[in-house]
Design a protein around this ligand. Structure first.
Ligand code: SF4
Length: 152
């Protein structure tokens, strides 16, 4: 089974109520070859919500307790991000997901780039919290960009 970010399949679950539809990915879901997952909703957030970024590091640092996830109002939302990441890991294990395609740049789903924590639209190298946890558990995570390069 393939797991994919819900927003890539066209579900309006992003912080601002939009999606990031990738038609090839939504086709996989329609054909029952993939299932959707949104770690932030699994963590307890609803849509819309405040945008959040990782401050002081990346998703791995959040897992190690060395960085935090903070929303634009300054509220610490680290625990909800961790809850969503562990729920996503459970789901991936339950479904025996062999590959997970997650939305690049997100503080949860980014797999090679995330925003730099200053809310100025600048990105740095690094994984989001869910991607870092899945990869630590031996689950292959790729972005929608890598998916397009590899599988299309
Ligand atoms: Fe999309 Fe992931 Fe953000 Fe959910 S947490 S809206 S799946 S990028």
């Amino acid at each position: 089974m393939i797991l994919v970010s819900s927003c890539l399949a066209g579900l309006e679950v992003r912080y601002n109520g939009t999606h990031c539809l990738n038609s090839k990915i939504s086709k996989l879901v329609e054909e029952n070859k993939a299932m959707t997952i949104c770690p932030e909703l699994l963590g307890g957030f609803s849509t819309p919500r405040e945008p959040a970024e990782i401050i002081g590091g990346n998703g791995e640092d959040v897992l190690d307790g060395k960085a935090r996830v903070v929303d634009q109002t300054g509220k610490d939302v680290t625990q909800l991000y961790l809850k969503g990441a562990f729920a996503a890991l459970e789901k991936a294990k339950e479904l025996h997901a062999h590959i997970v395609v997650l939305k690049e740049n997100s503080p949860s789903c980014g797999s090679s780039k995330i925003y730099n924590g200053k809310f100025i639209g600048e990105k740095i190298e690094g994984m989001g919290v869910t991607s870092a946890l899945l990869m630590r558990n031996g689950i292959k995570v790729i972005s929608e960009e890598q998916f397009a390069e590899t599988f299309l």
